[in-house]
Design a protein around this ligand. Structure first.
Ligand SMILES: Nc1ncnc2c1ncn2[C@@H]1O[C@H](COP(=O)(O)OP(=O)(O)OP(=O)(O)O)[C@@H](O)[C@H]1O
Ligand SMILES: [Mg+2]
Length: 245
């Protein structure tokens, strides 16, 4: 089966006043459906830059990204129909209720009334927030807000879901709720790409890991491969050994 995401020799060089920063310095990898991919790297490694390029929000300096066979630089609007991006700090319209927000976002995606209502009800039920549907967003806990944020991102049924540190501000319980959602998406054969600084959580959640350092993928594989290549007991040890080299 062809890979749903193919990243080939992608670079992002950012010109500042007196130098060029190689935020992403030639990255290649591929992802398939029905799996969760963990993008791991220290601060400033290039994770957000890479994810923003995948989401069509940033143009690579060079290289190519294919999503579902579509060159996202050539056909960004087509590509956007099959992917979704949740940034680190998304703000929701606090005054709306949960259902109002989802209806609004769904209409932006062009979903029509009956289909939209069915889909909203499905996700509210699937992710167990039906009882909050008429509550103002301002009154939701951080965990609930993030759940809603994720539903907002997948209303149009994207094949590829990209999340930049989706649990960085959440407690263990709320993080777990988000992970359960991601596992359900995986079961529905979506391709999920997530960045994280939490090695323990990533180890439990992800099938394949890309360790990125200074704009380059320096290690990749499943847990067994990564730990054996680095002679490590767990993902955290493998990560530390890899990025300290
Ligand atoms: N617009 C910009 N202007 C200048 N430098 C930038 C810009 N965007 C990113 N960078 C630099 O590119 C590098 C990669 O940044 P990026 O935000 O992608 O890292 P990250 O892996 O997401 O880090 P973190 O874990 O802290 O979120 C950093 O050195 C950063 O300072
Ligand atoms: Mg980042």
């Amino acid at each position: 089966m062809p890979h749903i995401v193919q990243v080939s020799s992608v670079q992002k060089h950012i010109k500042t006043k007196n130098k060029i920063i190689k935020a992403v310095d030639s990255v290649s990898f591929a992802c398939e459906k029905g799996k969760i991919f963990g993008l791991l790297g220290p601060n400033g490694a290039g994770k957000t830059t890479l994810l923003r390029m995948l989401a069509t929000l940033l143009k690579p300096t060079s290289g190519q990204i294919l999503v579902n066979g579509i060159d996202i630089a050539q056909q960004p609007i087509e590509a956007k129909k099959t992917l979704s991006y949740m940034s680190e700090e998304t703000k929701l319209y606090e005054k709306l209720t949960v259902k109002e927000l989802l209806s609004f976002i769904g209409s932006l995606y062009g979903l029509k009334n009956a289909v939209l209502q069915d889909r909203i009800d499905f996700y509210l039920n699937e992710f167990e927030i039906t009882e909050f549907q008429n509550m103002a967003i301002s009154r939701l806990s951080s965990g609930m807000k993030q759940k809603l944020n994720l539903i907002r991102c997948i209303l149009h049924e994207p094949e590829v879901v990209i999340l930049d540190e989706p649990t960085s501000n959440l407690d263990v319980v709320a993080s777990q709720l988000i992970f359960e959602m991601l596992k359900q998406l995986k079961q529905r054969n979506k391709c999920i790409i997530i960045s994280s600084h939490n090695m323990l959580q990533a180890q439990k959640l992800c099938d394949t890991f890309f360790i990125i350092n200074k704009g380059r993928v320096v290690q990749q594989g499943d847990l067994k491969e990564i730990t054996s290549k680095t002679d490590s007991a767990d993902l955290e040890e493998a990560f530390l050994k890899t990025v300290r080299e």
